[in-house]
Write a protein that binds this ligand. Structure first.
Ligand code: ADP
Ligand code: MG
Length: 225
């Protein structure tokens, strides 16, 4: 096992012929939670996409090393197979699919009652109440966010990038979501990068990274920022 889970060196990323990231350096350890902040349009999502392998965001120089392996040239599916996953800003809702089926799809197989209860309780939901609910518009934004996080837990990925998990939910729901992130950080084996504008998320962070003008302008522990 290498020391760092993710090591980004001098990363330059271009979108539609325009360079957005001008040399990002970043190291993230195993089982750590890092929060990425910075002004709008500075390239936070671009960095998330570049790590997870979105083809619209092309790396023109620099490298992304994941778990000791250079993944810069791998596509999104290959990276997902290695344990890199992206949590969508606006989760998809599937007509006719139940919460249970969605979580089983993420896990790649059937999960018994106990396992389902375990995963859903980690995100603050009662399995009895939710496992047979359809993943549709009757779920609130906050519930949907929790279910999305539950699919991440079920997937057992090594690295998950959350892009503005506060989007689409009210601030009260987000406060209790922060508690969920704190619980997951304590219990989960796995690393999270959370892109957020909400300073309160720093409570759940091991390290904070400020991105400005397409470069890392500051980084350190939450207490020192
Ligand atoms: P942030 O997440 O920090 O708000 P983004 O990474 O979304 O910033 O965007 C950084 C810059 O890249 C912005 O100028 C944005 O307009 C541009 N950009 C991002 N994605 C695309 C895209 N798919 N096509 C064209 N321009 C894009
Ligand atoms: Mg963004």
């Amino acid at each position: 096992m290498s020391k760092a889970l993710l090591e980004i060196q001098n990363l330059h990323v271009r979108v539609e012929e325009k360079e957005i990231l001008h040399g990002v350096n970043l190291t993230v350890g195993h089982d750590e939670t890092h929060v990425l902040m910075g002004p709008n349009g500075t390239g936070k999502s671009t960095l998330g996409y570049a790590v997870t392998g979105n083809p619209a965001y092309s790396v023109t120089s620099g490298s992304i090393v994941f778990d000791g392996e250079d993944i810069t040239g791998l596509n999104v599916t290959e990276r997902a197979r290695k344990g890199v996953s992206y949590a969508f800003q606006q989760p998809v809702r599937f007509k006719g699919l139940t919460v249970r089926q969605l979580i089983e799809t993420a896990a790649g197989g059937a999960i018994d009652e106990c396992g389902l209860c375990d995963i859903l309780s980690k995100v603050g939901l009662c399995a009895h109440e939710y496992c047979n609910r359809e993943v549709d518009a009757t779920l609130s934004g906050g519930e949907m966010k929790r279910i999305e996080i539950a699919t991440v837990l079920a997937r057992h990925t090594k690295l998950t990038v959350f892009d503005e998990p506060e989007a689409g939910i009210d601030l009260w729901s987000f406060s209790s979501l922060i508690q969920t992130f704190q619980d997951i950080r304590r219990e989960l084996k796995g690393t999270m990068i959370i892109i957020s504008h909400q300073e309160r998320i720093l409570r759940a962070a091991d390290e904070v990274l400020l991105l400005d003008g397409g470069r890392v302008s500051e980084s350190g522990t939450a207490e020192h920022m």
